[in-house]
Ligand binder design. Structure first.
Ligand SMILES: NC(=O)c1ccc[n+]([C@@H]2O[C@H](COP(=O)([O-])OP(=O)(O)OC[C@H]3O[C@@H](n4cnc5c(N)ncnc54)[C@H](O)[C@@H]3O)[C@@H](O)[C@H]2O)c1
Ligand SMILES: O=C(O)[C@H](O)COP(=O)(O)O
Length: 522
């Protein structure tokens, strides 16, 4: 990827000092200013190329639009729900997080469970009491824990709670049941899960599909006295419904680290005797903060040097494609009303899913090879946000099957996408930190194709004059061919990939030579 010039960064929250140090050592000026009001931030942000935040800074569209030079928003932590990712993407601003930095700390907090009333007992003793009857707890041994969201934290919570003798069941729309079975979590539908649980803990991001996941209706399906934990994001458990359930004793207790409004103005939940709460402390350990601070600084430095783009939850992808059925060239960017810029979310793959899903479904447009490119660029197991992308894909009616089976080359991932009854398949892997495409719709490339830069994919009948014809055509369009990746097979319809100096303004120029085409800028 091309280097990005970042000269000045604003850190607007308490981020570990190593972050500032690493950035400065790499020639970036750093200003730290905490507790800014929205207006202060809007006035301040104008001068910076980068912004580093935690969860308290609300990086709204107003802030983003006031930023004249902003190129990167770094989240030293996991959740990016405080950043308007769409607004950033539309302005071409990369949003990146450090998704693994605080996993263990967050896990720690939610496993310190309200099974005994330790905080209340401690307060009572500080008040000079010795009350051994009041604080009767319950064992975890033999109890059933329902884990909603089986990603990084969900997995760590499961394995720890199993060590207390709990049976762990769960639900996740993306992490496959056979995967969670290997770490002892039996998956089932939420309908089946609610009535079985003695405890429920949620570990999903806050998204429209997870807001109010536990609500009046789901509480009613739970065992009387169920205990719940929310160390993920305020609002995943509906706060009003939780209060009602606590008051009716349908819910026997809650452990809350996060709130819809932080700090909460309404203290009804915090003050409830069966609630243990913390002021969003899931990531508040020295180790987690050091990791997140270091990770975000190094990720930014790597991006500035053009080495790699790690942790980006959005990426600017310009793509267009050709629909062979209608024999019409369409620019999908325009189809989704974004002038060729895909307003993607949670990795470029997600833009294909989330924003294109409806477009593809409704227009029965040809599923683009670009989709697969997007997938493969995130296709490695190391891609932390893939699960979220896949969630959104599913919501858009696109089925994605990922296969890391033994039949594949070491470390390779095969992706099959079904939409509108058609399937498309690609195989790729990550080599030297760079995602590569190995095979596209049965065209096996002679050399792995690096999925970086401006790429044109096209399907054409293999023939010796193809390369000179394409080169000539590109030259006429004022675009240089920087690389050419051909398939191993030399006959029939094959997929090719060409690295371009810039994307073609109009893919239609290729119409006379190719049967299908798509271009992306990664
Ligand atoms: N309290 C804290 O300080 C703290 C610290 C770290 C993370 N968090 C929060 O925890 C969340 C989870 O973190 P993670 O690192 O485990 O993320 P993750 O991306 O590894 O896992 C999230 C999981 O949720 C699943 N999911 C998405 N939609 C779902 C749905 N509708 N139902 C069930 N599952 C669904 C995803 O498929 C994924 O497996 C973060 O998004 C963040 O908001 C809080
Ligand atoms: O999503 C996260 O990483 C956690 O909620 C931590 O947020 P914080 O960095 O504001 O503590």
């Amino acid at each position: 990827m091309a280097p990005i010039s970042i000269k000045r960064i604003l850190i607007s929250e308490s981020v570990d000092p190593c972050c500032k140090k690493i950035l400065q050592e790499n020639g970036i000026q750093v200003t730290e200013k905490q507790n800014m009001s929205k207006d202060d931030l809007i006035a301040e942000i104008k001068d910076y190329d980068g912004l580093v935040v935690r969860s308290a800074t609300k990086v709204t569209a107003d802030v983003i639009n006031a930023a004249l030079n902003l190129k990167i928003i770094g989240r030293a932590g996991t959740g990016v729900d405080n950043v308007d990712v769409d607004a950033a993407t539309i302005k071409g601003i990369i949003v990146m997080n450090t998704p693994s930095g605080n996993t263990i700390s967050a896990t720690l907090l939610c496993t310190i469970h309200p099974h005994v009333y330790v905080p209340q007992a401690a307060m009572s003793m500080k008040a000079g009491n010795w009350d051994r009857k009041k604080f009767m707890g319950t064992e975890l041994y033999g109890k059933i824990l329902g884990i909603v969201g089986l990603g990084r934290i969900g997995k760590e919570v499961a394995t720890r709670m199993q060590s207390f003798g709990m049976k762990t069941i769960g639900y996740d729309p993306i992490t496959p049941p056979e995967v969670t079975a290997t770490w002892g979590v039996e998956q089932m539908s939420l309908e089946q899960l609610w009535p079985q649980c003695d405890y429920i803990t949620v570990h999903t991001p806050l998204m429209p599909s997870t807001a109010g996941l536990l609500n009046d209706t789901s509480f009613a399906k739970c065992k009387k006295g169920v205990k719940v934990v929310n160390c993920a994001r305020g609002g995943i458990i509906d706060e009003d419904a939780l209060l009602r359930a606590l008051e009716s004793r349908q819910c026997g207790g809650a452990g809350l680290d996060v709130f819809v409004e932080e700090p909460p103005k309404n203290h009804a939940l915090v003050n409830h005797p069966n609630v243990i709460s913390c002021p969003h402390l899931g990531a508040s350990t020295k180790e987690a903060q050091a990791r997140c601070g270091q990770d975000i600084a190094l990720q930014i430095v790597d991006m500035v040097m053009g080495k790699s783009l790690v942790g980006a939850v959005n990426a600017q992808v310009l793509a267009s494609t050709f629909t062979p059925e209608s024999h019409q060239w369409i620019k999908l960017g325009e189809a989704i009303g974004a002038c060729g810029l895909w307003p993607c979310k949670l990795n470029m793959v997600c833009c294909f899913y989330h924003n294109l899903g409806d477009c593809l479904k409704d227009s029965s447009a040809y599923m683009t090879s670009a989709v697969m490119v997007g997938l493969l660029s995130d296709g490695s197991q190391s891609c932390p946000n893939l699960v979220n992308s896949l969630t959104l894909a599913k919501e858009s009616g696109i089925t994605v099957t990922r296969n890391h089976s033994e039949g594949l080359t070491q470390g390779a991932c095969e992706v099959e996408i079904s939409v509108n009854g058609s399937s498309y398949r690609a195989t790729g892997s990550v080599q030297g930190g760079v995602p590569v495409l190995l095979e596209l719709n049965r065209s096996v490339f002679r050399q792995p194709v690096s999925l970086t830069g401006n790429l044109l994919f096209f399907k054409a009948v293999a023939s010796p004059p193809l390369l000179p014809s394409v080169t000539g055509l590109l030259a006429t369009a004022g675009v240089e061919m920087e690389s050419f990746s051909a398939p191993a097979a030399r006959s029939g319809d094959q997929w090719y990939c060409v690295g371009l100096s810039s994307l073609l303004v109009d893919l239609g120029a290729l119409k006379s030579l190719v049967k299908a085409a798509a271009q992306v800028s990664v």
